[in-house]
Design a protein around this ligand. Structure first.
Ligand code: GPP
Ligand code: MG
Ligand code: MG
Ligand code: MG
Length: 347
């Protein structure tokens, strides 16, 4: 039995969905040039990523049912997958503006496209609104409709809480490394990444298949949140140690004064001399200062520290997955497939 969704099958669902979204916009007599703008934004920002989150929805469905999906189940779970990708598109378009990022998925960030600029704020809102339009059009008569709507709303709220802390812990004009702590860090990554990237796709599949119970949602949560924390720690590691041509984005965390995993590790290890360099060089919009911080990260062998952390956390996650109670309707495979996709990732 095929246990994963073919990327091409999943991708084939997007054009129809996009057509529906655009047809909906047309109903409001949106002028042709605005419709064209929205279409460009929709296609530039939604497909084209790794699709890990989107594919996870039909993949979770397959793992839960342990048999091939019907055509209808595949279509519906893929649509829900694309809605997670639309949510991600909304977050990334706005996050890149907030972080002042340069590239995303190997292309200039959307706000840096010719003629786009601050209009990207509204474009990100329209990507978000499209989620609820599709939910209403496709799932209004599904018994879990309101659960699906509430799940998207709550997940968005959780991500915004994390983003708020991420941003205010990284003021542009006032660098104070004493503001950082691993406790704050864990809050930030749990909320800004883990809920929408890991809990959301699994909860969507459980709800759509009408298999969700408070117990199996809680059990999923307790594995997927640590998995998501690990994923964001990887993102922070790759921000400095990854290859921009592979990850498709240029790291900005040091210059952006981010409370990242690496700087928290560096603070814990720093000699007074290294700490003085970090205090004067971290969070400055300056390549020379950034290079000083990078040099300290190298000296401290944070790459090695990260790899040790990765082995430790993956061991813990494997033990948690092995202890999953399949009587609750869950399947270990749901979580194994997530872990398999991200373990030792380079992009
Ligand atoms: C990833 O942080 C978090 C998000 C993309 C969520 C943004 C949330 C909003 C409410 C807008 P990141 O900045 O480290 O991601 P990247 O490295 O991909 O820019
Ligand atoms: Mg960012
Ligand atoms: Mg960010
Ligand atoms: Mg990052």
């Amino acid at each position: 039995m095929a246990t994963t969704t073919k990327r091409a099958d999943f991708e084939a669902v997007f054009p129809t969905l996009a057509k529906d979204i655009l047809a909906h916009a047309k109903k409001y007599n949106l002028p042709a040039n605005a419709l064209e703008w929205f279409e460009k934004s929709l296609f530039a920002n939604t497909p084209g990523g790794k699709l890990n989150r989107g594919l996870s929805v039909p993949d979770t469905g397959l793992a839960l049912l342990q048999k091939p999906l019907t055509d209808e189940q595949f279509e519906h779970l893929s649509i829900l997958g694309w809605l997670t990708e639309l949510l991600q598109a909304f977050f990334l378009v706005s996050d890149d503006m907030m972080d002042g990022s340069i590239t995303r998925r190997g292309q200039p960030c959307w706000y840096r496209h010719e003629g786009v600029g601050m209009i990207a704020i509204n474009d990100s809102f329209m990507l978000e609104s499209s989620i609820y339009m599709v939910l209403k059009e496709r799932f209004r008569s599904h018994p879990a409709y309101i659960d699906l709507v509430e799940l998207f709303h709550e997940t968005t709220w959780q991500t915004e809480l994390g983003q708020l802390c991420d941003l205010i812990t990284a003021p542009e004009d006032k660098v104070d490394l004493d503001n950082f702590s691993m406790e704050k860090y864990m809050f930030i990554v749990t909320y800004k990444t883990a809920y929408y990237s890991f809990y959301l796709p699994v909860a969507l599949a459980l709800m759509y298949l009408q298999l969700a119970t408070p117990e199996n949602l809680k059990q999923s949560h307790d594995i997927l949140i640590p998995l998501g924390q690990y994923f964001q720690i990887q993102d922070d590691y790759l921000d400095n140690f990854g290859d921009p041509s592979v990850i498709g984005k240029i790291g900005t965390d040091i210059q952006d004064n981010k409370c990242s995993w690496l700087i928290n590790q560096a603070i814990a290890r720093a000699t007074p001399e290294q700490r003085a360099v970090l205090d004067s060089a971290y969070g400055r919009k300056d390549k020379v200062q950034e290079a000083k911080v990078k040099k300290i990260f190298e000296e401290m062998e944070l790459e090695k520290a990260y790899k040790e952390y990765e082995e430790k956390v993956v061991g813990e996650l494997r033990a948690k997955i092995a202890a999953v109670d399949e009587q609750s309707g869950l399947k270990k495979e749901v979580f194994e497939s997530f872990l398999g996709k991200i373990y030792k990732r380079t992009k």
